[in-house]
Design a protein around this ligand. Structure first.
Ligand SMILES: *[C@@H]1O[C@H](CO)[C@@H](O)[C@H](O)[C@H]1NC(C)=O
Ligand SMILES: *[C@@H]1O[C@H](CO)[C@@H](O)[C@H](O)[C@H]1NC(C)=O
Length: 432
């Protein structure tokens, strides 16, 4: 009886603690904000992560929507992660063909008392894959109320090391890749776990010229300048379900009704089109069958516009830009509607369809995909390539919300229509 008496207050205390912890884990954290810059020579997008263990260093990392984890070259003296950690198990879901199955739950080949975790970082530009140790470092990112950065928080991220040779084709100052795919080790998933925020992020890629775009991890709101614009995350044009494509950890959606140019459906058959998102290709790539029909449709819809021939590679349809006329949404060219599952259109206007290649020439900025089949870099054999992979130029100045909890993509359409751009986040600290 006496024992019971003593237990009761203890149980009560435990109950109270549990309740408090659940409340904090229930989205109790603050979203984080980080600038995104565009590298002018490669057209790749970069985020920068200070490394707390070495306050001389800020890691510049290429953003990869299809990358399942974060990798970078490692400093001397880094501490390898043990192979029995849960992070190691996650890393091993992404095992390329022809790589030995070491470094997961097995002792090292050269030391039976050690078991380091090995991962297989992949460079999406060169197509190369390496094998190297997993490790951790501490980085800091600012919290945000959606309007300004508030204060820095530090947390540990699990990453893979990579040999210097894996940096081929990355921007000169980049030391690795930050994966944002659908994986437990992607940056947004690690932020969701450590910061107790939702597993979702908003991505607003800049069009370059030095001004940074913005990414927000963990939920809204998001306000861009000028002051007075509503929360952009709450006023998106549409949402569409995320779907799987083969074994790829990247983001895919379905165009149930295909694509239309100038309100006329491009003849592509009745099967839904699988559409991928890529932050590492500069222009949207269309599978050969889709490309042919699409170019023909755009060509017909612009028959009365003055062409520039020969066209400027890699593009096929080029126009005298002075003859195109311009609108708030870019050159006045036929709009392209991607008719997505769920009934909403992702509409591409001139600002995202026409690339200015020189002073007087603008070209339809879509390219033909090479190869009808793709080998997934992390195994799974050959898969038919998606019909469309939307690339950087078409994503710029559009807000995307990638929500893994709801398994959906939210999209804003070209922000020029809202009289703003992705480079209008106010990165100066809030006035106090
Ligand atoms: C946080 O925001 C402040 C104020 O804008 C900025 O000076 C600082 O570099 C930011 N920190 C990080 C880690 O981005
Ligand atoms: C989507 O685009 C098609 C083709 O232009 C058009 O017919 C349809 O009305 C659009 N749907 C919505 C919901 O805007």
């Amino acid at each position: 009886m006496a024992e019971m008496w003593q237990l009761k207050p203890l149980l009560l205390l435990i109950t109270v603690l549990l309740v408090v912890c659940t409340a904090a884990g229930d989205g109790g954290g603050m979203p984080l904000v980080t600038p995104i810059t565009k590298d002018p020579s490669t057209s790749l997008y970069i985020i920068s992560a200070p490394v707390a263990e070495n306050d001389q260093i800020t890691n510049h990392l290429v953003l990869d929507l299809s990358g399942p984890f974060i990798w970078s070259t490692c400093p001397d003296g880094y501490v390898p992660l043990g192979c029995t950690s849960p992070a190691c198990m996650h890393a091993h879901r992404f095992h390329p063909p022809n790589c030995p199955h070491t470094g997961y739950g097995k002792p090292d080949a050269d030391n039976a008392h050690r078991c380091k975790c090995t991962a297989h970082p992949h460079n999406p530009l060169s197509g190369d894959t390496a094998s190297d140790d997993m490790t951790e470092f501490t980085t800091s990112v600012n919290t945000t109320d959606g309007k300004n950065p508030l204060k820095e928080v530090s947390f540990v991220v699990t990453t893979s090391c990579a040999p210097e040779s894996l940096l081929a084709k990355l921007p000169e100052n980049a030391v690795g890749v930050v994966g944002l795919a659908r994986s437990a080790l992607a940056l947004h998933a690690q932020i969701a776990r450590t910061q107790k925020v939702a597993k979702k992020f908003a991505l607003c890629l800049p069009s370059g010229g030095g001004a940074a775009g913005v990414a927000i991890f963990g939920g809204g709101p998001l306000f861009l300048l000028p002051p007075g614009l509503p929360d952009l995350m709450a006023t998106l044009v549409g949402y569409t379900p995320l779907v799987k494509h083969g074994k790829s950890p990247g983001y895919f959606v379905r165009a149930e009704k295909g694509i239309a140019v100038n309100q006329a459906r491009v003849p592509l058959g009745d099967a839904p089109l699988i559409i991928g998102l890529s932050s590492t290709i500069p222009y949207t790539a269309l599978r050969t069958d889709v490309y042919g029909a699409f170019i023909k449709a755009f060509d017909a819809a612009t028959a009365d516009r003055a062409r520039v021939t020969p066209s400027v590679a890699p593009f096929e349809l080029c126009y005298e830009s002075t003859q195109l006329g311009s609108t708030l949404l870019g050159y006045a060219v036929p709009q392209i509607d991607v008719m997505l599952q769920g009934g909403k259109n992702w509409t591409v206007f001139g600002g995202n369809s026409m690339a200015q290649v020189n002073d007087h020439t603008a070209c339809l900025a879509f390219v033909e995909m090479k190869g009808k089949y793709k080998r997934a870099p992390y195994g799974g054999g050959l898969t038919e390539a998606p019909a469309v992979v939307i690339g950087g130029f078409q994503l710029e100045n559009n807000l995307l919300v990638l929500d893994e909890e709801k398994q959906q993509l939210g999209f804003s359409s070209l922000l020029f229509g809202r009289r703003t751009t992705c480079s209008n986040f106010n990165f100066t600290p809030a006035a106090s």
